[in-house]
Design a protein around this ligand. Structure first.
Ligand code: IPD
Ligand code: CA
Ligand code: CA
Ligand code: CA
Length: 266
């Protein structure tokens, strides 16, 4: 399915509106609630951005399905037809504590296949998008990534718990690289790979709304985003994710599968 131009323009307009609102209200008092634990937060702005995007989609595309983190989308979406996957604020902890390093994520899928992905780095006013069959853009200009030659000459991004507990041979992967960086917002960590600042991003547990936008952009670039055993991602499930430059994907899979039996269970 090729991306409809009007749908693309609408998505961009809505995301720009949402990012403007987040920047304009940054210094206003914020209601913050804990979800599962002290690291897992939701603010009234997560719900407000989600509500705004869903209202727009429902108005213009009432037959499309929506999967969204804070629960205002469809209760049991499937992958038939159009599916919009939304993370209204990716990096809510950063949003609350840093007022920086957070993003808005949107993936558009048709029959389970990526059509387009959008990541707004809100505080840097950068809109990244990838259209499958067309290309990848930063603020409407074709994105020219930094070249990645090998793992040994690259930085990597990853969830720190992976390295503490050495899951998926994370320390071995790190030892092959020049070092690790981490934003704590999956969309922005994926952007590091998209820009060629890092060769990979590895996370033990991402929800569909954390990876859907990135997966569409990676697909548009012919980059690799799989499970740590190289399997395709399931759009409707939480799972471990390896997002990789194509030059290092098979080497990283070999490292993970060399001794890690846990990875084979994911
Ligand atoms: C979280 C961030 C974080 C990742 C978590 C996500 P949220 O998203 O992307 O980097 O490690 O797994 O849940 O909850 O801030 O949208
Ligand atoms: Ca969250
Ligand atoms: Ca979120
Ligand atoms: Ca997220």
């Amino acid at each position: 399915m090729t991306m409809d131009k009007q749908m693309h323009q609408r998505a961009i307009d809505w995301l720009n509106q949402a990012a403007d609102l987040l920047r304009a209200t940054l210094d206003s008092p914020l209601q913050v609630k804990q979800k599962q634990n002290a690291h897992d937060l939701v603010t009234e702005m997560d719900c407000r951005i989600e509500d705004y995007l869903i209202q727009q989609i429902r108005h213009y595309y009432p037959n499309h399905q929506i999967l969204s983190e804070e629960g205002q989308g469809d209760v049991f979406p499937n992958t038939e037809g159009y599916l919009w996957i939304i993370d209204p604020i990716d990096g809510t902890l950063n949003y609350v504590k840093e007022k920086n390093h957070f993003a808005i994520l949107l993936g558009i899928y048709y029959n389970g296949k990526p059509v387009a992905g959008y990541i707004v780095d809100v505080m840097n006013e950068q809109l990244y998008y990838g259209i499958v069959g067309d290309g990848v853009y930063l603020n409407h200009q074709p994105l020219l990534p930094i070249q990645i030659a090998s793992l040994e000459t690259s930085l990597i991004h990853g969830n720190v718990h992976l390295f503490i507990h050495n899951r998926y041979q994370a320390r071995e992967i790190l030892n092959h690289s020049l070092g690790m960086r981490h934003y704590g917002a999956a969309g922005l960590d994926m952007i590091s790979v998209i820009r060629g600042e890092a060769a990979l991003y590895l996370s033990p547990r991402l929800q569909p709304w954390d990876f859907a936008a990135g997966l569409a952009i990676f697909t548009a670039m012919n980059y690799k985003m799989t499970t740590p055993t190289g399997q395709p991602l399931d759009l409707l499930k939480r799972q471990a994710v390896l997002a990789c430059h194509p030059a290092v994907h098979s080497q990283v899979l070999d490292i993970i599968q060399s001794t890690d039996s846990e990875a084979n269970n994911n």
